[in-house]
Design a protein. Structure first.
Length: 346
């Protein structure tokens, strides 16, 4: 989610408005032209890729025909991890497979996960639970004093990687939160480079972040973003290389499959391909950044993350306001039907 929690920021930046990996997210919103863009109702990319003009340097679906997100016959692909979330109703996650992020930031990292979001992440089944019908639910809840709690979980494994000459696909079927009043909701499905974990994401964005699904303010949209390189460098971070918000019809009322393929089948022309329900929506090509930056951000293992934040830089950027709104609804969960990691060796 561009939710990165880094302890250091660029000169003059404010960690409270930055988006750190991990979805957290860790971006700093760009406020220039915000009023004009909001008035024109132009889609804005997530902090995990705010889509300013520089951040939109990837190839969007509108500029090229849709294509299958992954290549190769089904027999060529091997599932290396899958969770169908078939635990008992009200149960927590299997901690052999998942870890809970708790609090408001990584140890040593920026406050509020580096993005200004206001919730506290917990391991309580009030916020993160299996529903007994094959789903993981991450539910933000506001208590009587106005304090928000929610959930943010990561795979224990950090070795989801495209082999040299092969591909990796990370996918999840999920239903976005559907609050009656959603100004400030920020659900996300994303992945960070393995080296973020021992460093507490303080080495973001160089270790790479893949934002596979983000929506804000219950708009039934979604954006995808690639974070890489150095702050304010060729990857345009903290904004990243982003699709911007795109239409996602029915994504708050039903389950849809969000995926990213890391394609290393051509060593000199690697790609990141993002898709919704198998239809390609955005592409980032290796030659859009330097070779060293690409390899540092892509050619290694990743871990996956699911979370629902409340407030922060991305919702604020899109609405041109400070979120959450006073009348925001409590208790609208993101429901995840399954998550999988697959690899193909061509």
């Amino acid at each position: 989610m561009n939710r990165i929690a880094f302890s250091g920021s660029s000169p003059g930046s404010s960690p409270s408005t930055s988006r750190a990996p991990g979805r957290r997210r860790g971006h700093h919103p760009r406020r220039r032209l915000l009023t004009v863009l909001a008035a024109l109702a132009l889609p804005l990319a997530g902090l995990t890729g705010l889509g300013g003009p520089a951040g939109l340097s990837g190839s969007a679906a509108a500029s090229e025909p849709a294509a299958p997100a992954r290549t190769g016959a089904a027999a060529d692909w091997t599932t290396v991890f899958k969770d169908d979330f078939d635990g008992a109703a009200g149960s927590g996650l299997n901690t052999a497979d998942w870890l809970y992020d708790k609090g408001t930031g990584y140890p040593g990292g920026a406050a509020n996960w580096g993005t200004g979001e206001i919730e506290t992440s917990t391991d309580s089944t009030d916020n993160v639970y299996q529903d007994g019908s094959g789903h993981l639910v991450i539910k933000p809840v506001r208590d009587g004093s106005g304090h928000w709690t929610s959930g943010r979980v990561e795979t224990q494994r950090t070795d989801f990687a495209a082999p040299a000459g092969g591909q990796l696909q990370l996918s999840a079927s999920l239903k976005q939160p559907d609050p009656a009043r959603g100004l400030g909701y920020w659900p996300a499905f994303w992945a960070m480079g393995a080296d973020a974990r021992p460093a507490g994401a303080t080495n973001w964005p160089s270790i790479g972040e893949l934002d596979i699904m983000e929506d804000v303010n219950a708009l039934s949209q979604h954006s995808t973003t690639f974070h890489c390189g150095q702050w304010a460098g060729e990857c345009h971070d903290p904004d990243g290389i982003s699709s911007g918000l795109q239409a996602c019809t029915g994504c708050q009322s039903g389950y849809h499959t969000y995926s990213v393929v890391v394609d290393r089948t051509n060593a000199s022309a690697e790609q990141l391909r993002f898709s919704l329900d198998g239809v390609q929506t955005f592409v980032v090509n290796q030659n859009e950044v330097s070779d060293a930056t690409w390899k540092a951000a892509v050619d290694h293992g990743f871990f996956a993350i699911f979370d629902v934040a409340i407030g922060g830089s991305y919702p604020n950027k899109v609405c041109g306001c400070t979120s959450p709104s006073a009348d925001i609804s409590s208790g609208a969960g993101m429901s995840v039907d399954w998550f999988s990691a697959e690899v193909s060796q061509s």
